[in-house]
Design a protein around this ligand. Structure first.
Ligand SMILES: NC(=O)c1ccc[n+]([C@@H]2O[C@H](COP(=O)([O-])OP(=O)(O)OC[C@H]3O[C@@H](n4cnc5c(N)ncnc54)[C@H](OP(=O)(O)O)[C@@H]3O)[C@@H](O)[C@H]2O)c1
Length: 237
């Protein structure tokens, strides 16, 4: 398996996660662990595995369940062995609050979004850190959003979601500071045509994902702890 890199993508059964898996499999040097809540129902991932020649493995992982994360980490350790996980892509995310605002948001929804968008990636990083540190590339990508940037100044909208992405950005910063051997970044994929982005979004998902991969593949150790977009530009905090 020399010259091969292991990628793990959460939320890989649709949207940005599925497109990441598709584009990664186009390179024979990539081994992809596609993590999703229900592998048995992930028809598009199963269709991809027919032509992947053993380079795609499906693993059950619900980022809102600590038990599921622990079980997935054990299963992945058995699959990848000493190679570890080169690129851990914390992609799974939700926005059930939609366009909610600070004084009207449902705090139960805020808790739910926080559990998936912040607690999930935090525990995934902890559970998989040993595998990441065993690998060659040692990279964690937290899929964030420019909506979580105060500098971008998006005003009142999408508050519960924005709060969680701002928190995820701080998590990225803390991960980078604590483990200098790891390259941890936040990544805004752009406004993309997925179930979350909607069909009126600015760009097809293929364009944003190609940009994410180009940016991630050109990361240098000194980029750790930073917030990038899919064009490889720095996003203000
Ligand atoms: N699309 C955009 O314009 C945009 C812009 C900025 C940032 N983002 C971020 O990009 C990421 C992917 O977004 P998307 O547009 O692909 O969204 P999407 O089309 O709604 O897909 C979301 C994915 O996350 C998974 N997911 C949700 N909760 C999960 C959980 N508890 N455990 C495991 N997987 C879970 C979903 O799995 P199920 O099928 O099982 O529900 C699905 O695969 C998110 O973090 C989002 O915040 C998207």
């Amino acid at each position: 398996m020399a010259g091969e890199y292991v990628w793990l993508v959460t939320g890989s059964n649709r949207g940005i996660g599925l497109e990441l898996v598709k584009q990664l499999l186009s390179s024979p040097s990539n081994i992809v662990i596609a993590a999703c809540r229900n592998p048995s129902k992930a028809a598009e991932l199963h269709a991809l595995s027919d032509s992947a020649k053993g380079r795609l493995r499906l693993v059950a992982l619900d980022v809102a369940s600590k038990e599921s994360i622990r079980e997935a980490a054990q299963e992945v350790a058995g699959i990848v062995g000493d190679k570890g996980v080169d690129y851990l892509i914390n992609n799974a995310g939700i926005n059930p609050g939609g366009e909610d605002t600070a004084f009207t948001l449902d705090v139960d929804v805020l808790e739910q979004v926080f559990a998936t968008n912040v607690v999930g990636p935090a525990y995934v990083a902890q559970a998989f850190s040993g595998l990441v540190e065993k690998s060659t590339k040692k990279t964690i990508v937290n899929v964030s959003s420019t909506l979580g940037s105060m500098g971008a100044d998006y005003g009142t909208r999408c508050t519960s979601y924005s709060v969680t992405k701002a928190a995820l950005n701080m998590l990225t910063y803390k991960e980078a500071k604590e483990k200098p051997d790891i390259t941890a970044i936040s990544m805004c994929p752009g406004w993309l045509q997925t179930d979350m982005g909607g069909q009126n979004a600015a760009l097809p998902v293929s364009v944003g994902v190609a940009g994410i991969l180009k940016t991630v593949l050109s990361l240098k150790p000194e980029d750790s702890g930073q917030f990038f977009n899919f064009k490889g530009e720095r996003v203000p905090w």
